[in-house]
Write a protein that binds this ligand. Structure first.
Ligand SMILES: *Cc1c(COP(=O)(O)O)cnc(C)c1O
Length: 379
C-alpha cells in the first residue's frame, strides 16, 4: 500500500468516450438541423439503426424508443402485464426492474439471487410463482447473463410470459442465442454508461416475434400505426427515438465488437490476477465468455468499504452497485411480504464493488488497478 499515487486518476467512466467521433457528431448536428425535412424523431436514421441491430441480432424486430426503462414498460405492456398481475423480478438490481412493473398497476415479486453471479436464482423465482403471476423478468447483471435456459423452461412449464432485461448485455451470447432473444421481448439501453452508450437517452425493444414488435411500434408513438397518423388503436406512450442520436449510433455500431472485446480482455486479465484472492475475501466473477458481456466488472469484497477507500486513495474510481436490495428501498418495501428475506441479495449489496473496465483504459491502467487490488488483499 506504499506504491506512489499516480498523478492521473483512473475514471470509472471515460470522460472522452465520444472524442474520436466528435466531428461526425457535429456534422450530423448541422446536417440534420439544417435539412429541409426538419425531421428530428423516428425518421430514416432511426429506421436504419433499427435495421442494423435487427440484422446483426437475427431478431424479427427492433424498435427504438426513449430509454431502457421505457423499453421495459413497452415490453411488459406488449405481453399484457396489467393491474392485478404479479411479475417475478430479481431482488438485486436497478430500480426500473421494479418500477416498470409498478407503473402498470402490477406487483413486483422479488426473487433472491445466486450468491456468486448475482443474477436471479431460478429456483427461488419458481417458488414465488402464484396463480397471479403473469410474467418472469430476469435481468443480466454486471457481466453475467441470467440463467435463461432455466427461465425459459419455467415460463413454458408455468404458462407465464418471459421478458428479458438485457439492458446491459448487448453483444452477449449464451449457448448460441444472443442476449435479448431468449425472452419474448428483450431490451437494450444506450444511456451513456452502457456498453453501447451514446450522448443522451435511448433504448430499444428487441424481439423474435414480429407481431409483438408491431404492438411495441404502436405503443411507443401514442398508439398510432405508422401509416395512419391520428388514428389511435391503443393507449400509447411518447417513447420516440432521436434522429441525430440514431445517425450517430449507426456510425459507431461498426466499432462495438472491438470495444466489447477490449472490455472482455481487461476482465479476463483482472479475473486471472484476482483468482488467488478468494481466500483473502475478494472474489472475482467467474471466468469465461459464454453468456458474458463486461458492462461492469464487479468483485465481491468482504471489506468493501476499506477496499473502496484504498482504491480511491490510489487514484482508482470504483462504484458500489447496488447498496440496497430492491425490496428494502422505501419505494418498493410495500410490495414485499413482512418478514420476507433475500439473504444472497442482502449479502451482495454489502460486498459488491465495481472496477473500471471501459475500453479507453490502457494496459498500464489495467495493471495498475489490478496491482492496487492485490496490494490491498496482501495486507
Ligand atoms: C440501465 C438499466 C436499465 C434502464 O435503462 P435506462 O436507459 O437508463 O432507462 C434497465 N435495466 C437494467 C438492468 C439497467 O442496467
Amino acid at each position: 500500500m506504499t506504491a506512489p499515487a499516480r498523478t492521473e486518476r483512473i475514471p470509472f467512466f471515460p470522460p472522452d468516450l465520444f472524442e474520436a467521433d466528435r466531428t461526425v457528431l457535429l456534422d450530423l448536428l448541422l446536417e440534420l438541423g439544417l435539412s429541409p425535412e426538419q425531421r428530428f424523431i423516428l425518421g430514416e436514421h432511426t429506421r436504419r439503426f433499427e435495421g442494423l441491430l435487427r440484422e446483426a441480432l437475427g431478431a424479427a424486430d427492433v424498435v427504438a424508443c426513449a430509454s431502457g426503462t421505457s423499453a421495459l414498460d413497452l415490453a411488459l405492456t406488449a405481453v399484457d402485464v396489467g393491474p392485478g398481475d404479479e411479475v417475478v423480478v430479481p431482488a438485486f438490481g436497478c430500480a426500473p426492474l421494479a418500477s416498470s412493473v409498478v407503473q402498470l398497476g402490477a406487483t413486483p415479486v422479488f426473487a433472491d439471487i445466486d450468491p456468486h453471479t448475482m443474477v436471479a436464482d431460478p429456483g427461488d423465482a419458481e417458488r414465488r410463482i402464484t396463480g397471479r403471476t403473469k410474467a418472469l423478468m430476469p435481468a443480466h447483471m454486471f457481466s453475467v447473463m441470467a440463467d435463461m435456459p432455466r427461465f425459459a423452461g419455467l415460463a413454458r412449464r408455468h404458462g407465464v410470459r418471459l421478458v428479458e432485461d438485457s439492458a446491459v448485455a448487448q453483444g452477449a451470447v449464451l449457448d448460441g442465442t444472443p442476449a435479448g432473444l431468449w425472452g419474448e421481448a428483450g431490451v437494450f439501453s444506450f444511456v451513456q454508461v452502457k456498453s453501447f452508450g451514446m450522448p443522451g437517452e435511448g433504448g430499444v425493444v428487441v424481439t423474435r416475434d414480429a407481431a409483438l414488435g408491431e404492438r411495441v411500434r404502436m405503443l411507443r408513438n401514442h398508439g398510432q400505426d405508422g401509416s395512419n397518423r391520428f388514428l389511435h388503436h391503443v393507449i400509447g406512450r411518447n417513447s420516440r427515438f432521436d434522429e441525430i442520436q440514431a445517425a450517430f449510433q449507426v456510425h459507431r455500431f461498426g466499432g462495438l465488437p472491438q470495444r466489447l472485446e477490449r472490455r472482455a480482455a481487461i476482465a479476463a486479465y483482472y479475473t486471472e490476477r484476482f483468482a488467488p484472492l478468494a481466500e483473502r475475501g475478494i472474489v472475482p466473477p467467474p471466468a469465461g465468455t459464454d453468456g458474458r458481456c463486461y458492462y461492469v466488472y464487479t468483485v465481491l469484497a468482504d471489506r468493501r468499504r476499506e477496499l473502496a477507500a484504498h482504491l480511491q486513495e490510489q487514484g482508482v474510481d470504483c462504484h458500489a452497485y447496488y447498496p440496497l436490495p430492491l425490496p428494502q428501498h422505501p419505494a418498493f418495501a410495500v410490495f414485499a411480504a413482512p418478514g420476507d428475506r433475500w439473504p444472497h441479495a442482502e449479502r451482495a449489496a454489502r460486498r459488491a464493488l465495481s472496477l473500471p473496465v471501459h475500453h479507453r483504459l490502457t494496459d498500464a491502467d489495467v495493471e495498475y488497478v489490478a496491482d492496487a487490488v492485490c496490494a490491498f488483499a496482501a495486507h
